[in-house]
Design a protein around this ligand. Structure first.
Ligand code: SF4
Ligand code: SF4
Length: 285
């Protein structure tokens, strides 16, 4: 049986908030019996956007990441619910029954992702329902996918085997896999949130001016072992990405024919711009 899943490409998210707003537009003041009671106008973010930035001026990378109920296959909210108030549909979507879940405040805490919100007025736990009410009417995708201008959100309905292949082929990740809940929301380019980079620029005195050095060989080393190598671009910049935060000391070694070699030491806590590494002309590397 085919089931729904979502693929979020963090690199494509422009932080426009359309997905968040489409969820508000769909649910605030609107009752969908059997699916979800109306969402309050304030306080709930069934689809939320997280934001971060990596690096320092002039090498700064902002990123935005939408997050929502993961429609988990091993959902703690289902286990925590009394009277089967939370259940998984055959198509993979997890629903909090708006009648049975009345008063079950403990469900808010049962979700390790913080995706369940408490409706004080209705005394009801609530969350994003993958627009199951629309899909059941024949919609081909949830509203958030429909309104996303960059294609950062992609809903798919696939067999488990197809999903496994896709995850492997595209190296998709889930948020906080250590929770072991089997999320059905997958992420591309999650490293923009979870990993670090070491970046910098290379320059040299050439004639009367300091110029960017293009095409310099830059190596990233750890314990004198080369982990990765790069060439500086037209602006003399280099960047090594996908590094673990708080991963200790690294060395950046720069070489360019006709210039002296330079090496700088980096203690990697979070993404870092090491500044401009200046080469001395006239001394062979
Ligand atoms: S609509 Fe798309 S681009 Fe805009 S915030 Fe949501 S995921 Fe990002
Ligand atoms: S993300 Fe939270 S609310 Fe959604 S299915 Fe998983 S445990 Fe339940």
């Amino acid at each position: 049986m085919k089931k729904w899943a979502m693929v979020v490409d963090v690199a494509k998210c422009e932080n426009c908030n359309n997905c968040f707003l489409s969820c508000k537009d769909e649910h605030v003041g609107n009752e969908f019996p059997g699916y979800a009671a109306a969402q309050p106008i304030h306080g709930h973010r069934w689809i939320d956007i997280y934001r971060t930035e990596r690096g320092q001026v002039p090498m700064v990378e902002p990123a935005a990441m939408p997050a929502m109920c993961n429609q988990c296959d091993n959902a703690p909210c289902i286990k925590a619910a009394k009277d089967s108030a939370v259940y998984k549909r055959p198509d993979g979507i997890v629903i909090i029954d708006p009648d049975k879940a009345q008063g079950q405040r403990e469900l808010v805490e049962s979700c390790p992702y913080g995706s369940i919100w408490w409706n004080e007025e209705k005394q009801l736990p609530q969350k994003w329902i993958f627009d199951a009410h629309l899909l059941d009417k024949g919609w081909k995708e949830p509203r958030c996918v429909q309104v996303c201008p960059t294609g950062a959100l992609q809903s798919i309905k696939v067999e488990d085997s197809q999903l496994s292949n896709l995850v492997e082929e595209e190296q998709l990740e889930v948020l906080s896999p250590e929770h072991g809940t089997g999320p059905r929301v997958f992420y591309k380019n999650l490293h923009l949130f979870t990993k670090c980079f070491v970046g910098g620029s290379v320059a040299a005195e050439i004639g009367d001016y300091e110029e960017c050095v293009e095409g310099a060989s830059v190596a990233l080393l750890k314990d004198q072992r080369v982990l990765s190598s790069d060439k500086t671009d037209h602006f003399g910049n280099f960047k090594f990405d996908m590094l673990e935060p708080d991963s200790g000391k690294y060395q950046v070694k720069v070489e360019r024919t006709g210039f002296s070699a330079q090496q700088v030491e980096v203690e990697l806590v979070e993404s870092v711009y090491v500044g401009t590494i200046r080469l001395e002309a006239g001394v062979e590397a």
